[in-house]
Design a binder for this molecule. Sequence first.
Ligand code: SF4
Length: 537
Amino acid sequence: MELEQIREAKSGARPIAVGADGVRRRILCVFPSYTKSFGSFHNAYPLLGVKAFMPPQGLLVIAAYLPRHWEVRFVDENVGPVKERDFRWADAVLVSGMHIQRRQMNDINRRAHALGKVTALGGPSVSASPEYYPQFDYLHLGELGDATDALIAALAASPERPPTQQRFTTTERVPLDQFPVPAYKLAGMSRYFLAGVQFSSGCPYRCEFCDIPELYGRNPRLKTPQQVLAELDAIVDDGCVGAVYFLDDNFVGNRKAAKELLPHLIEWQKRNKYPVEFACEATLNIARSVDLLEMMREASFWTVFCGIETPDPAALKAMVKDQNNEIGMLEAVKTLNSFGIEVVSGMIMGLDTDDYTTPDRILEFVEASQIPVLTINLLEALPRTPLYRRLQAEGRLIEAEGRESNVDFKLPYEDVVGMWRRTFCTAFAPEAIYRRFRYNQEHTYPHRIEIPPTGKLKLANLWRGLSTLAKLVVKVGMQSDYRDVFWRMAKPALKSGDIETVIHVSLVSHHMISFAREAEAGYQGASFYSQKLAQTS
Ligand code: SF4
């Protein structure tokens, strides 16, 4: 690598792009708002003093990849809306998002066009379903690569809107180990609930409902440990205050690579006195790799999200998730707990194999596993999945406004939604979630390593912790109808000085309980994905 290239790689900017020599452009990157869901933790934001869940990694990578002499602004509409003066300032507007943000993406396009600005859209939704976005001027399909260079060249050539929509498709991806450090500085990390880094992309499995293998490949591609550390440095420098989430589709998709990364993470944490804790997504069979779990413990991984999906072995087989059948799932959860790792689990309802006993079987599993937080979704068929193609062939896809899912279930629709609502509301009754957290207080958290207090002990953190605690005491400890349950947990924890646990348990519970109650009253949808159907344009 030439010296100049190394400097560029470290700074997160790239050399002058193809066709961009000498031309200056002002680019407005806009990330659309999410529809509220239980996964967005929006009920926790006012208590924690943050504005949004997690900064959008993909758009921040694109922002960092743009020619260094181009001016870039970034607006996350989850934090605040784009102002008209931002649109007026820009030569071009870049947008990215997921299916659930479809309506909002098209709305940003409308607002930009109203002011005569050229628009470009990239990201997972348009890459899977370009037909959802007929109004954008440029579509960027696929990952960072030759399509990105072509888009930059087009914008450099002219800031005018093209007469018809232009599509650029990546055929040659930028290798992950040449990705720039995302432009975290543009986002302002202290405004977010979580920070995100990415080490790998892709997953070797083939779960029927999942679009990851077709979008990002089955042979995980990797960054270097040095890149990951540079991203962590940037995140911490920019004011990240809590957890860093590994955005990898499956952290152990390439187990050997994860084992090679972990010593670097441990060393980084030690050198920086453990300023953050980590979380990631991984297949539950991570429980088989005890040496890996030991390293994760030392690196301070506190949470792993595992797609358990269903406790029913026949259903797992039908959805081609046999990896969960190959291990004892309850035993695997306990193994993770014994390394100080709290498991968060994804569950799906509305499967072809479901029957009227499914809610009870899920609730039995939840109780037996003592997993405090679960995302319980109705099945949704995403484009570019085997499930989507199967249901399409069977004539079982329904794209109807206001429906909770695009799947024509085997059981009557109203019954399935009702079963979801009952399962969700029972799982997140105050006593139930606090009981599961108590189990983890006793059986999981004590297995975490002792962390020197100095890493997180910054004035801003201290202030945020105390003000969050004060708000929780008022909101939950005094005003809620489950304050007795709260104090049963909080009193002994506060006595032992464990403020962090009090905040974690009560903040997450507050969101889940609030969401369940809204769902019970009919204000919230039954699926993270389904809300796109209610709001598509
Ligand atoms: S293991 Fe997870 S990421 Fe991999 S295909 Fe299955 S659901 Fe998708």
